[in-house]
Design a protein around this ligand. Structure first.
Ligand code: SF4
Length: 426
């Protein structure tokens, strides 16, 4: 699967207990209709498991150490002053971090030798450790599993394309949104990541790309997508802080173009509206996957709070406020959401709100015999795409990069966790 907030989570294979149910026909539509409830959620340990939506953030298990990337420049200066260090060094530290991608005191020869370790210790603590790195696509994709200060695991995926290098970051450990096709969702939410923990994934990727760690030689990290583990809107404050660090020019941040930054959501409508007012013209991606509430209620549990119509209204208003065309993510799932009538309904819902404001990305799943979470027949996928295009909707079938490295988001972390649990019970 690609590392998207949605299809990446539709796992490449079904590993949970099965509760086979005969597919049924919707009386008025004529084609087979498979439902999300025909199988327990991905990663479920019991055949009776049901997705459990939760907005609760568990009590902190010890805060991540404060990091330069948690703070704006004024905050960094204040932190150094409070530690009895010269505040003006914040600017130099920030340039090393955001422009040279280093937190190593030995690299900072423009700082007084006697203060280097102390300055770095104050604002550049070690936040993430590599547990595993898996390469795929001939070395143009690298998926990292990271351990955080409290042992929590998260993932990021770095991908090199012809015209860009993209990092998919995690914003939470686990996720409370409980999408039934997503292994991460069944883990529940462990905790929000700090801005520093999000930004550290990016700094590592920028350094690795620049050093030629991806096949094809040195590359500049150009794009960041919040499509890894977690629902970014639930960790709103830290995600917005991380967005500033990504977009703000050095020494405040990395200075990436906002055009290359995407925040993906399953549809927390009030926070989409809030993000529209932040003055950060990043792209919004909406993991829609169904244009009708009947199906989306079961496929994306948060739809029980904010319906398709409210979500598309908020997405359209986001476009109006930012001028950024919204991406509509649509994982094509065989006989579940890939019906031509759904493509027509989706086109109608988008066109009803205006033209040219949204771009649909149908995402092919991996073929997974025996699972309801499997790819559409090629002809069905083509008809779905053609139906959208004929209705004037810009539609691009998404590249599913990383599919040969346990690419489903959350899968690597889940499997590492399971291995550790198995090791502890041996
Ligand atoms: S919102 Fe959470 S549960 Fe749903 S697909 Fe994204 S990570 Fe998985």
């Amino acid at each position: 699967m690609s590392n998207t907030h949605d299809a990446t989570r539709a796992r490449g294979r079904h590993s949970g207990p099965t509760r086979p149910t005969a597919p049924r026909r919707l009386a008025d539509r004529g084609r087979v209709q498979v439902l999300p409830t025909d199988q327990p959620p991905e990663g479920a340990t019991s055949p009776d498991a049901r997705p459990r939506l939760s907005f609760a953030v568990p009590p902190a298990r010890g805060k991540a150490p404060r990091h330069l990337a948690d703070l704006d420049m004024a905050g960094r200066k204040r932190a150094l002053r409070d530690a009895g260090l010269p505040a003006f060094r914040a600017d130099q530290l920030s340039r090393h971090y955001f422009s040279h991608f280093t937190r190593d005191a030995a690299d900072m020869t423009d700082l007084p030798a006697a203060q280097r370790e102390q300055l770095c210790g104050e604002l550049l603590p070690d936040l993430i450790h590599e547990v595993r790195a898996l390469r795929a696509d001939g070395g143009r994709t690298i998926k990292h599993l990271w351990a955080l200060h409290d042992g929590v695991r998260v993932e990021s995926v770095l991908m090199r394309y012809r015209d860009r290098t993209t990092l998919c970051v995690s914003s939470q450990a686990g996720c409370g949104m409980a999408c039934p096709f997503c292994a991460t969702g069944q883990m529940g939410l462990t905790r929000n990541l700090s801005a520093g923990e999000i930004v550290e994934q990016i700094r590592h990727a920028a350094a690795l790309s620049e050093a030629g760690g991806l096949t094809g030689g040195p590359a500049r990290l150009s794009n960041v997508v919040f499509m890894g583990m977690g629902e970014p809107m639930v960790n709103y404050k830290n995600v917005v802080a991380a967005l500033h660090r990504i977009i703000d020019p050095a020494p405040e941040g990395f200075g990436l173009s906002a055009r290359g930054v995407t925040v993906s959501t399953v549809g927390l409508v009030p926070l989409i509206r809030k993000l529209a007012g932040e003055g950060l013209p990043v792209t919004l991606a909406v993991s829609l996957h169904a244009p009708d509430d009947e199906l989306r209620d079961a496929l994306i549990p948060v739809n029980s709070k904010w319906k398709v119509g409210e979500l598309l209204d908020a997405a359209h208003d986001y476009f109006e406020a930012t001028g950024r065309r919204v991406s509509i993510e649509y994982a094509l799932i065989k006989d579940m959401n890939d019906h031509a009538w759904r493509a027509r309904l989706l086109a109608d819902e988008l066109n009803r709100r205006g033209h040219g404001w949204a771009h649909v990305n149908p995402i092919p799943l991996n073929p997974t015999p025996g699972s309801i979470w499997t790819c559409s027949e090629p002809g069905v996928q083509d008809l779905f795409v053609d139906t959208l295009r004929r209705a004037g909707i810009t539609t691009t079938v998404r590249d599913t990069r990383g599919s040969d490295i346990d690419g489903a988001c959350g899968q690597l972390a889940t499997e590492a966790l399971n291995q550790e649990r198995a090791a502890h019970t041996r």
